[in-house]
Design a protein around this ligand. Structure first.
Ligand code: MV4
Length: 448
């Protein structure tokens, strides 16, 4: 096992990773920008190393500074967390060059899944259902017209490179196709430096379901069930849960099989997530693979009892997963609410400032992963996630009641937060019935 690892991230996920390291008896190195000298992740670490100015391109995204920190402190491996360098295959390769272990999948698996049109083809070849659409990228307007006529409108134009909803256009009819292709391609080119696009049939009000997978160097691939993350606004996830109220045991079995086949197809290692869209008829389609640990991994940890980050570190050190598929039993229900420093009255604009009151919820089956406290200043440079409140219950109803109770206990002053929005959601009848889909929040909370 490693003696010392470096965590190339900040905030709650940096602390989450260091907690796993500590339980494994591993020393931790934090890195920090000039804005983060007094940040909680720095205080938590055994040692800390500065990596540059506040702006993340010059610090948390600056590969030479991070490699230098690892070499200088004698760390043997680097955990990238989520965001920042976590899905950068170039970074994974540079780590290798310097004799550092990247705690994540092989660089080649990251690269393959980063090219969305290519990932679609790999999945198709592996027998994983994909949304009807083009074979690879669109080469010209004639081809696009032909495919679109075949699959029927509405269709989506998607950028092959990048993600996060950039470079996506809905096309209602043949008249809008040329313009959408042009705009999506231009947007992708300016955002990701690459303008390739592909077409998919546009699914109406599907659920967004993802399967957690883990794999080790011995080729063992296990699946840890699904999470539902349909509740998003402007492509930002707001609330996740595991399992999903829309997934039957039969769908779960078939989706898990598809996810395992997908992971095998790219010789996956470490933790990863296969994203699917599930339509109202119960058909599911591969959308993307996330080759990192996700924000919402605690929901899966609650219903399986598996520490996903500890397993990532084990696998990176060359050890087998500590459990097999037969050991996995799902128990109860888990919900995660993302508490952001945002102002609901200003269209959820980020609300930086200094936290003057911080009273976290506690009690049975409530987990709070946070990196804020009294006196902590929310920086404008980074994302606005303040805390994740995660609850477990024997069933969905109990997990929701417990979340409502936990949210009521949570007191934050000094910055505006999304706690109130979650309280409204917990009381919403449609949500309580589990009748949700990817457009639910936009429809239910117009302007919210
Ligand atoms: C889709 C879709 C409907 N049909 N693809 C949005 C982000 C990107 N990664 C994929 N996205 C979507 N792809 C087809 N063929 C709807 C969305 C989508 C969405 C997906 C998951 C969660 C929230 C969403 C919100 C709007 C649109």
């Amino acid at each position: 096992m490693f003696k010392k690892i470096l965590v190339a991230n900040r905030g709650e996920i940096a602390i989450r990773v260091m907690r796993a390291a500590k339980e494994l008896g591993i020393q931790t190195v934090a890195v920090y920008s000039e804005a983060d000298k007094d940040a909680p992740h720095v205080a938590y670490a055994d040692e800390a190393f500065p990596i540059g100015p506040a702006q993340s391109t010059l610090s948390y995204l600056h590969i030479p500074n991070i490699i230098n920190a690892a070499v200088h402190t004698g760390a043997e491996a680097i955990h990238p967390g989520y965001g920042f360098l976590s899905e950068n295959d170039h970074f994974a390769r540079v780590c290798e060059t310097w004799g550092l272990v990247f705690i994540g999948p092989p660089a080649e698996a990251i690269r393959q899944m980063g090219i969305k049109a290519g990932a679609r083809q790999i999945m198709k070849d592996a027998g994983v259902p994909v949304v009807p659409g083009t074979e690879g990228t669109v080469s010209d307007l004639d081809e696009a017209r032909e495919v679109a006529d075949q699959i029927g409108y509405p269709i989506l134009v998607k950028a092959s490179f990048g993600g996060g909803g950039r470079g996506i256009r809905i096309v209602e009819d043949a008249g809008g196709l040329a313009d959408a292709l042009e705009r999506a391609s231009r947007e992708a080119k300016s955002a990701f430096g690459q303008g390739d696009v592909y077409l998919e049939k546009y699914l109406i009000n599907p659920r967004h379901i993802e399967i957690q997978v883990m794999a080790d160097k011995e080729g063992q691939v296990v699946t840890l069930g699904e999470r539902e993350s349909s509740l998003q606004r402007r492509r930002q996830k707001v609330l996740e849960e595991a399992p999903s109220a829309g997934v039957t045991p039969e769908i779960r079995r078939r989706m898990s099989e598809a996810a395992a086949a997908a992971a095998r197809a790219v010789h996956y290692q470490s933790a990863g997530t296969l994203e699917f869209l599930l339509d109202q008829a119960g058909h599911f389609y591969f959308m993307e693979m996330n080759t990192r640990v996700q924000v919402e991994h605690p929901c899966t940890e609650f219903i399986t009892g598996i520490d996903i980050v500890k397993e990532q570190i084990r696998v990176a050190a060359g050890l087998p997963l500590s459990f097999s598929q037969d050991d996995i039993e799902f128990r109860g229900w888990s919900i995660e609410c993302r508490i952001n420093a945002e102002d609901p009255d200003l269209g959820f604009r980020p609300s930086p400032g200094t936290v003057t009151t911080w009273d976290e919820p506690g009690g049975p089956w409530v987990r709070v992963d946070a990196a804020a406290k009294e006196g902590y200043t929310v920086q404008p440079y980074y994302d606005s996630l303040l805390a994740k409140v995660v609850t477990w219950g024997r069933d969905r109803e109990e997990a929701i009641q417990r979340m409502a109770r936990a949210l009521d206990e949570f007191r934050v002053d000094g910055v505006k937060t999304t706690i109130g929005m979650h309280q409204v959601l917990m009381a919403d009848q449609e949500f309580r019935h589990g009748n949700i889909h990817i457009n639910f929040l936009a429809e239910r909370f117009k302007g919210a």
